[in-house]
Ligand binder design. Structure first.
Ligand code: ARG
Ligand code: GLU
Length: 716
């Protein structure tokens, strides 16, 4: 489906213009080669080695992967770390109870002994990264696709193993540019990380899901932790004898503030992007995957939201789930709009057309690239068909109606019993019973029933027959609404917690196997069966073929643009994004400023709306103009926007100025620019950061935990 015309050629021209100074998530090791000159021209005052150096302390020693998918940075030589409130959320929540509701009221340790330990929380420091392409590709010449994959896997494993030095480090080998290069990342993982401070949600999550992804923004999205080590400064399990970790490097905190046009750099761990994917991928994302998932989530949010509104207990039960569903739902909407605005599919087509012309001219089209483009055409068609089923299953069955999680457990217990794996069956029985309390704590059956009655018909109508088991189709044709709930959901033993628990504890194997015919278990296992035997394998095979094609295509793109700097798609490893402090123009006639202030928080104040209920203490500080040294023009700066290319995983990343001082903490992107995971637009793609001065103001003035500032290096 390649279009060849003049309009396309013009688009290529425009597209290449888009790759502006600020697009890109760059490899710290290669800054000197590709970026430093430009960074310095934009105002950066330091060297590449100040950012990344293995032999001397550099900024990279002050940046960590926080937990599973955020970034955090050190701000004192005693292990003090700052990240987002939403990154520390589950740690904060786990310490919260009705008596000590830290989510609502905030938490501040007033000395070291009050800091709270967090069982599973870790932070990972990057020791070094290294190009290991030669080792990973050793002995792979001439192998067919499957053998190649296995050899690469085995080689990577052995590189990792060697780097891990018997458990001293954790290592991973990751492909860059779709396997044209491989990098080794070696981390030291600290396991004793304690909660030091968190503002109340009315500050740390101010504006909630309504303001999420939006500008102007007023969220104080930060929390503080401290890393502890053994007496040799090495990782250790939690112990009272542990001492604060002494980092090789920490960020000085700047009170100097920001001006439009100032150089900014974000140094963190972006998760996933797909900037080089062909037009088919963009088309499927914006015209199928995003809309499908938005449609299903519209309903979920409507149902859960209404129940949350009706009962404060339900609001607490579903707060985190609602935030999770809403976060991606809102991002996808921005993404579609952005891709439409950019005419992204046609831009990609034009780009591919240009590529084809180049390949035809140098004689490599027919032999090398035409087969790849044919693969894309064919495999994306397969992918499109099966990913639809996969998305529906995920949204409705695997991560939608929650009772299916119980169905999953029961169904796997039955499988173990039928396969005579008694030990496994018993282990799963015990585990299921043990997790039940946690599950039901945040579960409201009437809400889940409504989800069931709404989402099951959507699944049946949304997918072609081949993806819907006949019995499920029949059931959906026969019963609707309340009847569907009564004849299916409530007929199931899963809807009776007491009965289910008793069966799991005391029931015989035979009794459990009988549950095969339980309406919810049977519904679940039939869908799961199609997923495992048809949908998943098809999606995986198509993706493997596409990935293999991407390797060739990517190499071609780099050859065609020899001399141009390319950045690899994000893969949750340390990257540098750089840009400027700047606002933007979201639509014709509107111009956004680059910063917000405490005044805006007072303007948004509304005690009637949970997300906008400004704490009294903050109002008091505002009314008394008690801003201390954080005051600027009679108010306090809160958030700012800049043109750094970021994505999920960059939450909590340090935002630094030209001198490498901390001016902010990254926590979001502007809605109009959320398509930047697929296509970047320098006009509207902005990252949103918390102004570090607001964090200091909250710690010092609001919480009275000013003692924490004593260990920071504050630059005036
Ligand atoms: N949009 C940000 C991110 O992608 C913040 C999400 C947390 N906040 C929320 N209101 N749900 O993670
Ligand atoms: N809030 C996102 C995160 O948790 C960062 C926003 C983005 O996607 O850029 O990583």
């Amino acid at each position: 489906m390649l279009c060849k015309n003049l309009a396309a050629a013009v688009l290529v021209f425009l597209f290449s213009f888009q790759i502006s100074a600020k697009e890109g998530m760059w490899i710290p090791l290669l800054l000197e080669k590709y970026n430093l000159a430009e960074m310095q021209a934009m105002g950066f005052k330091l060297s590449a080695r100040d950012i990344y150096d293995v032999n001397h302390a550099s900024m990279k020693d002050a940046v960590v992967i926080f937990g599973g998918g955020c970034t955090g940075e050190l701000i004192s030589d005693e292990g003090l770390l700052i990240t987002n409130h939403h990154c520390g959320y589950s740690a904060i929540q786990s310490h919260s109870s009705v008596e000590h509701d830290y989510l609502t009221n905030g938490f501040w340790a007033m000395n070291r002994s009050e800091e709270l330990s967090n069982e599973k929380l870790t932070v990972s420091f990057l020791e070094y990264m290294k190009d290991v392409t030669d080792k990973v590709l050793e002995g792979t010449d001439g192998l067919d696709e499957n053998a190649l994959r296995e050899k690469i896997w085995a080689n990577s494993k052995s590189v990792q193993k060697e780097a891990e030095q018997e458990g001293k480090f954790s290592a991973s080998v990751k492909p860059l540019f779709y396997g044209n290069q491989y990098f080794l990342y070696v981390y030291k993982v600290y396991r004793d990380v304690r909660l030091v401070g968190a503002p109340p949600s009315a500050i740390g999550k101010f504006g909630g899901d309504t303001d999420n992804w939006m500008w102007p923004r007023h969220t104080g999205d930060f929390s503080l932790f401290r890393i502890y080590a053994d007496k040799n400064n090495e990782p250790a399990d939690y112990s009272e004898d542990n001492v604060p970790y002494q980092p090789k490097k920490f960020f000085p905190v700047s009170l100097k503030g920001i001006q439009p046009g100032d150089f900014t750099m974000v140094f963190g761990n972006p998760g996933t992007t797909m900037e080089y994917w062909p037009h088919q991928a963009v088309d499927i994302t914006m015209n199928q995957r995003d809309p499908d998932r938005i449609l299903l989530r519209d309903k979920k949010l409507e149902i859960i939201g209404a129940d949350m509104e009706s009962d404060p207990a339900i609001r607490i039960q579903y707060a985190a789930k609602y935030a999770g569903i809403s976060n991606a739902w809102k991002k996808w909407q921005g993404e579609i709009k952005g891709l439409e605005r950019l005419d992204a599919v046609n831009k990609k087509l034009a780009y591919e057309n240009n590529f084809r012309n180049w390949a035809e001219q140098n004689g490599s089209w027919e032999s090398t690239y035409q087969p790849v483009f044919d693969t894309f055409e064919k495999q994306f068609e397969v992918y499109q068909k099966y990913i639809k089923a996969s998305d529906y299953y995920a949204e409705v069955v695997f991560r939608g109606v929650e009772i299916f999680r119980a169905a999953q457990s029961v169904s796997s217990i039955i499988n173990f019993i039928e396969n005579k794996q008694e030990e496994m069956a018993n282990a799963r029985r015990t585990a299921t019973v043990e997790t039940m309390a946690g599950f039901y704590k945040n579960f409201n059956q009437p809400t889940d029933e409504k989800l069931f009655a709404t989402l099951i018909p959507m699944l049946v109508e949304g997918l072609p027959d081949e993806f819907i088991p006949a019995a499920v189709k029949e059931m959906a044709a026969k019963y609707k609404g309340q009847e569907l709930i009564e004849k299916v959901y409530r007929k199931s033993v899963l809807s009776d917690r007491g009965k289910l628990e008793k069966l799991l504890r005391d029931g015989s194997g035979k009794q459990l196997v009988k549950l095969r015919h339980d309406p919810l278990v049977s519904l679940y296992s039939q869908i799961d069966y199609i997923n495992q035997t048809i949908v998943n394998p098809k999606v995986n095979d198509a993706m493997a073929a596409i990935d293999a094609g991407m390797k060739t295509y990517m190499a071609g793109l780099m050859e065609m643009n020899a001399g141009k700097a390319f950045y690899p798609d994000a893969n949750l490893t340390l990257r540098v994004a750089y840009g400027k402090v700047e606002g933007y123009e979201p639509v014709d006639g509107v111009k956004y400023k680059y910063y917000t202030t405490l005044t805006g928080i007072m303007e948004k104040d509304n005690p009637e709306i949970y997300d906008y209920d400004v704490p009294d203490r903050l109002k008091e500080l505002y009314e008394n103009k008690d801003f201390g040294r954080y005051e600027v023009d009679g108010t306090v700066p809160v958030c700012f926007t800049a043109s750094n290319h970021t994505t999920g995983g960059n939450s909590g990343s340090p935002v630094v100025n030209a001198s490498g001082e901390l001016i902010g903490v990254n926590f979001d992107r502007c809605w109009e620019g959320t398509m930047s995971d697929i296509m970047y637009d320098p006009r509207v793609c902005r990252n949103i950061s918390l102004d570090i001065r607001y964090a200091l103001f909250i710690i010092d003035k609001f919480a009275g935990a000013g003692y924490l500032l004593d260990e920071m290096e504050i630059v005036k």
